[in-house]
Every structure is written in structure tokens, then in C-alpha cells.
Design a protein around this ligand. Structure first.
Ligand code: SPV
Ligand code: MG
Length: 288
């Protein structure tokens, strides 16, 4: 019998297994379903990927409802949890409370908010990234935790201290305060070309809160090594988007160049693959 919505564990339950959690970014339910098929235990509903699907920059342009819709479409297609990238929380404490109501209602079990000022710019955009002060962000985290209705709801507090260039000590000071304010995990984001800054952070971090990283600019660091160094969750945030771009560029080029699609056929998914991802047979069984 067709079950359009599937059962899935909360992100907290996945983290509490005690193993390294590798999370991959997605921009659509289809990409999320492929991540699940590949074996990932959770999916990151990335603000960069979701904005890029509209050919727009990741600059607080889309509304909360647009991000929520994308995350909730992903969650409906999955038997693994979505971690929703909620940027700055879409405004002040009131926006954060509204966000938690809406995301929790939609069945999302984990959200991530960051300490940049609204409106924000993507962390790799080369802009000056203004942060809110520690107290302001702690207050957002406390509001988020006080708003949730299910005990499992998981709030990640993300610092952009390293992205804005104010150093590892400040990142530590902020993450300690975010844990004290109720964050269930801290995300320390870095754009350093190696794992240097994150390692310095981990060497001093003595708190219980799990540490989340996004190793976009230091892709050499192996997951097992990161786990041994104290990382609990790794987010591969934008590789799906970049793969999509390269794959489509190549397909479109070949079609125009060759005048037919013969050379592509063995390299691209079949329609059977498409129907399977759509669970077409299950849907067809509704109307015998
Ligand atoms: C995202 O994937 O939208 C992120 C990670 O927040 S980053 O793009 O590195 O800021
Ligand atoms: Mg983002």
C-alpha cells in the first residue's frame, strides 16, 4: 500500500547512535532521495543549493516559506531526517519562534541557525560578514529551544566567527555560550584552505555538545580522521549542486554538438531509474 509520507528517525536519534554522521546537501526531493539511496543517514537542506535552484544568490532573498517548502518536500520523500539550514533564523527572536513552530509542524526534526546579521551573504562570497553579538544570538537559541514542542527537536548553533576572520578564540567563546544557551550541537564553519582552524578549535573544545563541520575548502580531510579529532557531524554542503551543474553542462553541450543523443544514452539514467525514484508502480497500483 502506498505511503506518501514515510517513517523516519529524528536527527537527534541519528546523532545519538554515537557514530560519525555524514550529511549531504540537497536542493530538491529528488536529490534528497538519491542521497538516501546512496546510504546517507541525513540530508542538509542547504540555503545555497535551494537559492541556486532559482538561479539566485544565497543572500537572504528567499522567504522562510520558500526554504520551508523545499525542506518539507525533501522530508516527505525520505525515510531519513532533514537538517534544515535556516540561515539567521530569518530575522529576530520572533522570526525564530515562528520558524520553529513552522518547521516542527512540517515534521522537520533539526534546524541550524547562524550568528550572522540578517540579511546574510553566503560564507564563501568574499563579503564582509557582520555577526550579531553573542547575547543576541544566545537569545535566539534560547527562544528556539523554548518554542519547540517535541523533546527530540534539534537546534544547531552555528558560528561564522572564523568566516568573518575574528579567530579561533572568539569561535570557542561563542560556541561555549551557544551550548550554555541550549544549542544541541555547535557548527564551526571555516573557509581556511586546510583543516587548521577547525583542528585548533577541536584541540581546545572540552564541552559535551557535538561539533559539526562543513569541509568545503578543506576537502582532503578524511571523515575518519575528523571523527577521531572530535567531529560528530560532517556536512558536505554543496557537492550535489556542483555535480548537477557539471552534468547538465556536459549533456547540453553534447546534444548541441552531436545533433543526436546516442553518445549520451549509456552515460545518463534511464527512464526506468526515473520511474523508480518516483515510485511510479506504487502510485499506479492506486488505480488498477
Ligand atoms: C549552505 O549549504 O547553504 C551552507 C554552507 O550554509 S555554506 O554554503 O558553506 O555557507
Ligand atoms: Mg546556508
Amino acid at each position: 500500500m502506498l505511503k506518501p509520507a514515510r517513517d523516519y528517525p529524528s536527527f537527534r536519534a541519528v546523532v545519538e547512535r554515537g557514530e560519525l554522521v555524514r550529511v549531504v546537501g540537497a536542493h530538491s526531493a529528488l536529490a534528497a532521495a538519491l542521497a538516501e539511496q546512496a546510504g546517507f543517514p541525513a540530508v542538509w537542506a542547504s540555503s545555497l543549493e535551494i537559492s541556486a535552484m532559482r538561479a539566485l544568490p544565497d543572500a537572504s532573498l528567499l522567504s522562510m516559506n520558500e526554504y520551508l517548502r523545499a525542506a518539507s518536500e525533501m522530508q516527505k520523500a525520505l525515510a531519513i531526517p532533514v537538517v534544515a539550514d535556516c540561515d539567521t533564523g530569518f530575522g529576530n527572536n520572533l522570526n525564530v519562534a515562528h520558524m520553529v513552530h513552522e518547521y516542527e509542524d512540517a515534521g522537520i526534526t533539526a534546524v541550524c541557525i547562524e550568528d550572522k546579521a540578517f540579511p546574510k551573504m553566503n560564507s564563501f562570497s568574499g563579503s564582509r560578514h557582520e555577526l550579531v553579538d553573542v547575547g543576541t544570538f544566545c537569545s535566539k537559541l534560547t527562544v528556539a529551544k523554548n518554542t519547540q514542542r517535541t523533546p527530540d527537536f534539534f537546534v544547531i548553533g552555528r558560528t561564522e566567527a572564523l568566516i568573518s576572520g575574528i579567530g579561533v578564540d572568539e569561535a570557542l567563546r561563542r560556541c561555549e555560550a551557544y551550548e550554555d544557551a541550549g544549542a544541541d550541537a555547535v557548527l564551526v564553519h571555516s573557509k581556511w584552505p586546510t583543516n587548521k582552524e577547525v583542528l585548533e578549535f577541536l584541540q581546545v573544545w572540552r564541552r559535551k555538545c557535538p561539533v559539526v563541520i562543513v569541509p568545503t575548502t578543506y576537502p582532503k580531510w578524511n571523515a575518519d580522521e575528523a571523527f577521531r579529532a572530535g567531529v560528530s557531524v560532517i556536512i558536505y554542503a554543496n557537492h550535489a549542486l556542483r555535480t548537477l551543474i557539471s552534468a547538465l553542462q556536459e549533456t547540453y553541450r553534447v546534444i548541441l554538438r552531436e545533433g543526436n543523443t546516442l553518445g549520451l544514452e549509456s552515460r545518463i539514467a534511464t527512464l526506468h531509474d526515473v520511474f523508480e525514484l518516483q515510485r511510479l508502480e506504487e502510485w499506479k497500483s492506486l488505480q488498477p
